[in-house]
Write a protein that binds this ligand. Structure first.
Ligand code: IDP
Ligand code: MG
Length: 183
């Protein structure tokens, strides 16, 4: 069927191998360690009008937006997303904050997308975040640090599955990918 996304499969090291559906012709391959990561503009970023700023930084770096949605996430989704922090003293306020208003969820793809997105966001505590990172440029407080990005390919797979159905993730290539990557 035209427009039907090809399937993706996790490889040995969290890599993604692009597969072809029977219906589609040759799909442009990008080589290297192609990864997916989950990124969120948190409610403070939305309220402060930083959605475009975040998307601009992701796009200009060359990463591909594969899925994008605005919604107010439920307590259930938030608790699953941040389950590793369940025992932390900030857990309750974190869940309250992240469910307090609309946030923007996305799946971002590209070579080494997981570590590249962590670098784009900057350190968790904005006071330690380098200038030029989102948190270093736009935030002052760990509890209001504007953005989220998965911390490993394993976390990315888990978080993407919490927030998106596979059918919501678009499969395509950016036209500039042949110039972004050597292989
Ligand atoms: P990360 O977002 O950089 O991966 P994590 O340590 O996984 O950082 O923490 C998840 C989120 O929880 C942070 O982005 C921040 O919003 C919040 N958080 C982490 N540590 C604290 C804290 O000490 N006080 C308040 N909020 C915190
Ligand atoms: Mg984290």
């Amino acid at each position: 069927m035209p427009g039907q996304p090809e399937t993706w499969q996790s490889g040995a090291e969290g890599q993604l191998d692009r597969r072809r559906t029977e219906s589609q012709g040759q799909i442009e391959q990008i080589g290297g360690n192609v990864e997916r990561t989950y990124v969120m503009v948190k409610p403070d970023g939305v309220q402060r009008g930083l959605v475009g700023e975040v998307l601009r930084r992701v796009e200009r770096r060359g990463l591909r937006i594969a899925a994008l949605r605005m919604n107010t996430i439920s307590r259930e989704v938030a608790e699953k997303h941040y389950s590793e922090h369940m025992e932390k003293p900030f857990f309750k306020s974190l869940i309250g904050f992240i469910t307090s208003g609309p946030s923007v969820s996305m799946v971002i793809e590209g070579q080494n997308a997981v570590s590249v997105m962590r670098e784009i966001n900057g350190a968790t505590n904005p006071l330690n975040a380098a200038m030029g990172t989102i948190r270093g440029d736009f935030a002052l407080d760990t509890g209001r640090n504007v953005v989220h990005a998965s911390d490993s390919p394993g976390s990315a797979e888990r978080e993407i599955a919490i927030h998106f159905r596979e059918s919501e993730i678009a499969a395509y290539s950016r036209i500039d990918e042949t110039w972004l990557y050597e292989n």
